[in-house]
Design a protein around this ligand. Structure first.
Ligand code: NAD
Length: 503
């Protein structure tokens, strides 16, 4: 065993140290230093987490809404006050710059805000006299133990898409975070405890496929909310469905930004930089392809190239914060870089090559500089596959229609954006494009908390998107109750407690 600190599970309101020996390394991606290990769940750890969540469920389900609401408000207050601590944890393990880490917490807090008003979403309907003397009402109840499995790229925000609503609705939670940046989850768990959440309502189970399969195959776990790559999302969806669970599985993306000739090109170039290279391109809503109409393609490419030269790359904790940090691991950096080779071999033109980067960081961090590829063939794997790094491809199109057809022919349908000053084109775009989240002169159209987040096609398996009203619906089951209370005054004989006679 190494002497490095070991990150334990968080079960039943406290750290849970496994008796198993399997661990995964956790790095500081900016320096390449192996800083800790994270424990990987054994069968026994999985059972302990499930038992804790199942035991806590009946009491939490029956806890008054007023008490639940007070705990969620307290959690919100604590998180708002201490979010810088969490931002540092994220930057040290993920590599994104501190302001970006704070930004992800802010977007997660939106869902906590939404959860604070949860009693409104738990209200049922009531109909009087559906038939004479017969009333009907509906009620919403929690599911029970729910599983959340999250990716490395948003170690705080993505879990927060789900757990505030799940907890508010009366469920108990087992979060299986990414093993690449696991510490944020434990920090959030300790914060819940401080906010007064009863033990066992929020648990963190660290691990790999064994932990995920343990949740998928448990008859106690009622639902799975997954976010990650498309092949795993599909596996989660199929396996969870086989065991009769409710499932929402959000997958990968390849988001296009269509720039029409009438767009403000300086604005479009600024937004392309932000959406293509922010968080080193490791965002599921990052723009990875720019569809530039031929008449403006040269101009737009030149403007993006100019802006790339001004970007600063380095350790996200540097005093003068850089614009972007490293990638999550050396293996991922090499995989992203391999797409630059693929594009080049397939005939693309490299306008800016990020493989030559000199970052402002000590050590051997996992850096790749912002890369701009032009005239990328749409048959190249660099175009058809998700890259998930700071590589922006330009594809030149003849018309609006060619752009829309390309977007609609892809396997993903997460996000897309159009840049134009023509309202008619924008209006057509939002109805014609087969994508779940659309930006009009907005490059990263992540919906606010009270709308729901989710894509189409291979970007989402299942029927419910994350958060918003769909989030509450996902974490509750409805009943419809039909009732008749005969009016004694209407019965000349009054209340009759006798055995029903066959007259
Ligand atoms: P990933 O699919 O490798 O991992 C996601 C989760 O699944 C992790 O918790 C991981 O431990 C687990 N996992 C990995 N392999 C598994 C296996 N074989 N069986 C069971 N579980 C397994 O994804 P990642 O690399 O952590 O995250 C990046 C991906 O997530 C990208 O594809 C990105 O587009 C996607 N993503 C999508 C959204 C969205 O909203 N659609 C949001 C964020 C990230």
């Amino acid at each position: 065993m190494s002497d490095l600190p070991l990150i334990p599970h968080w079960i039943n309101g406290t750290e849970h140290h496994t008796t198993g020996t399997n661990t995964a390394p956790v790095y500081n991606p900016a320096t390449g230093e192996h800083t800790r290990n994270v424990t990987l769940a054994t069968e026994s750890d999985i059972n302990t987490a499930i038992t804790a969540a199942a035991t806590a469920f009946p009491t939490w389900r029956d806890t008054s809404l007023a008490r639940r609401q007070a705990i969620i408000f307290r959690f919100r207050e604590l998180l708002t006050t201490r979010k810088n601590e969490l931002a540092h944890i994220i930057t040290h393990e993920h590599g994104k710059v501190l302001s970006d880490a704070a930004g992800e917490i802010g977007r997660g807090l939106e869902i906590v805000d939404l959860a604070c008003g949860f009693p409104h979403f738990l209200k049922g309907d009531h109909t009087i006299n559906a038939s004479t003397g017969i009333d009907v009402h509906s009620l919403k109840q929690p599911l029970g133990v729910v599983g959340i499995i999250s990716p490395f790229n948003f170690p705080a925000m993505v879990p927060m898409w789900f757990f505030p609503l799940a907890i508010a609705a009366g469920n108990t939670v087992i979060l299986k975070p990414s093993e690449k940046d696991p510490s944020a989850a434990n920090w959030l768990a300790a914060l819940w405890k401080e906010a007064g959440l009863p033990d066992g309502v929020f648990n963190v189970l660290h691990g790999d496929k064994t932990a995920v399969d343990g949740l998928l195959n448990s008859p106690v776990v009622q639902s799975i909310s997954f976010v990650g790559s498309t092949p795993i999302a599909k596996y989660i969806y199929e396996t969870a469905a086989k065991t009769g669970k409710r499932v929402q599985a959000l997958g990968g993306a390849k988001n296009h930004m269509l720039v029409l000739p009438d767009a403000d090109l300086d604005h479009a170039a600024d937004q392309a930089i932000n959406a293509g290279y922010g968080s080193a391109g490791e965002r599921c809503m990052a723009i990875s392809v720019i569809l530039a109409v031929e008449t403006i393609a040269d101009d737009l490419t030149a403007k993006i190239k100019d802006r790339i030269q001004q970007l600063r790359i380095g350790d996200g904790t540097n005093k003068h914060e850089p614009d972007l940090g490293p990638l999550i691991t050396a293996a991922h950096r090499d995989k992203v870089a391999s797409y630059i080779d693929i594009a080049e071999n397939d005939g693309a033109r490299i306008v800016v090559d990020g493989r030559d980067v000199t970052p402002d960081a000590g050590g051997e961090g996992f850096f790749l500089g912002p890369t701009l590829l032009d005239e990328v063939p749409t048959t190249s794997r660099a175009y058809t596959e998700e890259i998930f790094g700071p590589v922006l491809s330009i594809v030149r199109v003849k018309s609006y229609q060619e752009g829309v057809d390309l977007i609609n022919s892809g396997q993903f349908g997460n996000g897309t954006a159009i840049f134009t000053n023509d309202g008619r084109a924008a209006r057509r775009f939002e109805t014609e494009v087969e994508v779940g989240m659309i930006g009009i002169n907005v490059p990263i159209p992540v919906p606010v908390g009270y709308y729901s987040f989710g894509g189409w096609k291979n970007s989402l398996f299942g029927d419910a998107k994350a958060y918003g009203v769909q989030g509450f619906d996902f974490f509750t089951r409805q009943k419809a109750v039909t009732s008749r209370w005969p009016d004694p005054a209407a019965d000349p004989e009054g209340i009759n407690l006798g055995f029903p006679a066959n007259t």
